[in-house]
Design a protein around this ligand. Structure first.
Ligand SMILES: [Zn+2]
Length: 479
């Protein structure tokens, strides 16, 4: 490694030495965010925001394809409105930000800066749903929300973050059930097929479900350090919110019925997942389908006559095939190599005088570092195929990592030992008692991640109390 390259890489702490510091270094060096003036807030910079836009665009496409409309609701919620659903307000009270003054004047009723918008949507639905003909009402909004978190980290936990929140109202419990499932599948599709992150699909326990929900569905993924990250949730509210907010409709028989509701969301946390699943000691690794730039052309010996012109011609030629960019600045090629590896661009295209002579370019993969020489005339087929190969490889690698970091435990001794030896997901049977769940958390700091849809029986008894087991649960330490 040349001296210049070495210096550059040294800016990132090795993930084996200190994973948390590695994460912070990558976020900073890859130029994704800056800190805002208020503790725990973040400025998402162009390179970070472009990743979010690509996630957002694909998800938005699928949200609309499944029949939903985008809307925009207010930032403020009157205190009285938030308090209508008891569990909901209790769940969010510790982390809400209050507005007490408008200008110099004290407000007669305090306002909450939305931590989530159930109260607002419910209030709206109570006024706008009258008949079965109004149902289903399928709304989504892309917005920012505020949760006054004590400890914060860019993307993973911040005072303010971006997300989408879907809020739907249906005539029956079953309709809402189908909706909650449908949106979980949409999330799983985007996270697996675009972000190349394998997910576990399942249900949250009563203890871990959303405040006010009948039940919560979740997709859970595993980070490189063996910690889990909740990557998207879809909640079935039953008619609980409808009763609290008086949302009812006249059914086909002229009878008054409460609606059944769902809500579902994913956030900018997904960028944190992307970094921690695919990143390495050279920086970010972005899956091609999400990468703002999929291939970067780096001209070699660009001062030689014709090289830059040919490189720009190549960019124009490939523009319609992939998101291709070029760095024609006078920085050294070695600097550019490191820079774009750091930023996780999936493919580097090198082109110098010798390549031009031979009618070829050099393609270098970010995920494996492999180089290949490709004749110019084959590039139109080879580049898209290579991007697909990288996408698939990243998913397969993440899946193999997850499998390798998934263990089975039959009692608490084994649970603690496996968690220590091979941090990751632990599959263990559970009796269904919250007391056992709490005891496991207290003793090991691992939490229940989900009750997977795909159940299996790894033993007959609860890993904690030894009584008869009800179901298999995935456990892990989590972000
Ligand atoms: Zn138990």
């Amino acid at each position: 490694m040349g001296k210049k390259n070495k210096q550059f890489v040294e800016k990132i702490t090795a993930m084996e030495d200190d994973f948390a510091q590695w994460y912070t270094d990558v976020v900073k060096q890859a130029d994704l965010v800056d800190y805002g003036p208020v503790r725990g807030t973040m400025i998402i910079k162009p390179d970070g925001f472009a990743i979010w836009e690509n996630i957002r665009d694909e998800l938005d496409r699928q949200i609309k394809e499944t029949g939903h409309s985008n809307v925009s609701f207010p930032l403020f919620i009157p205190e009285g409105l938030l308090q209508k659903e008891k569990d909901h307000v209790e769940g969010f009270a510790p982390e809400v930000a209050w507005v007490t003054h408008g200008g110099e004047e004290e407000l007669s009723e305090r306002l909450v800066v939305r931590p989530t918008s159930e109260a607002l949507f419910c209030e709206y639905y109570s006024k706008n749903i009258h008949s079965y003909r109004d149902l289903p009402m399928l709304y989504n909004q892309w917005s920012n929300v505020v949760r006054w978190e004590k400890t914060t980290r860019p993307f993973l936990r911040s005072l303010e973050f971006l997300w989408q929140e879907g809020h739907t109202a249906h005539a029956t419990y079953e309709d809402a059930e189908q909706e909650a499932n449908r949106m979980l599948e949409v999330y799983a599709d985007v996270v697996e097929n675009y972000l190349a992150i394998p997910v576990l699909k399942g249900k949250k326990t009563e203890k871990e479900k959303f405040a006010g929900a009948k039940y919560t569905l979740t997709i859970e993924s595993l980070m490189h350090d063996g910690k889990a990250l909740q990557s998207g949730t879809s909640h079935h509210f039953g008619s609980g919110f409808a009763e609290a907010f008086d949302i009812s409709y006249l059914d086909e028989n002229g009878e008054q019925q409460h609606v059944h509701q769902t809500s579902w969301g994913i956030t900018t946390r997904l960028i944190g997942a992307l970094i921690m699943v695919h990143g390495d000691n050279r920086g970010l690794v972005i899956p091609p389908r999400i990468a703002p730039t999929q291939a970067m052309i780096v001209p070699i010996a660009q001062h030689k006559e014709g090289v830059l012109d040919k490189a720009y011609d190549l960019r124009d030629r490939l523009k319609h095939l992939a998101r291709v960019d070029i760095d024609g600045s006078d920085k050294m090629p070695g600097w550019k190599f490191n820079e774009y590896e750091m930023k996780g661009i999936p493919v580097r295209i090198e082109m110098g005088p010798k390549d031009i002579e031979k009618g070829q370019v050099v393609l270098v993969r970010r995920d494996t570092g492999e180089k290949e020489f490709v004749p110019l005339e084959n590039l139109e087929t080879r580049l898209p195929a290579l991007l697909d190969e990288i996408q698939e490889n990243l998913f397969e690698k993440a899946l193999a990592h997850r499998d390798q970091k998934t263990s089975v435990a039959k009692d608490m001794k084994e649970f603690a030992q496996k968690l220590e030896e091979n941090p990751g997901f632990l599959k263990a049977m559970w009796c269904g008692d919250t007391a056992c769940e709490e005891k496991i958390k207290e003793e090991t700091t691992a939490t229940s991640r989900c009750i997977p849809f795909e159940q299996e029986k790894v033993s007959d008894t609860c890993v904690c109390c030894g009584k008869e087991a009800k179901e298999l649960v995935y456990w892990a330490k989590a972000y």
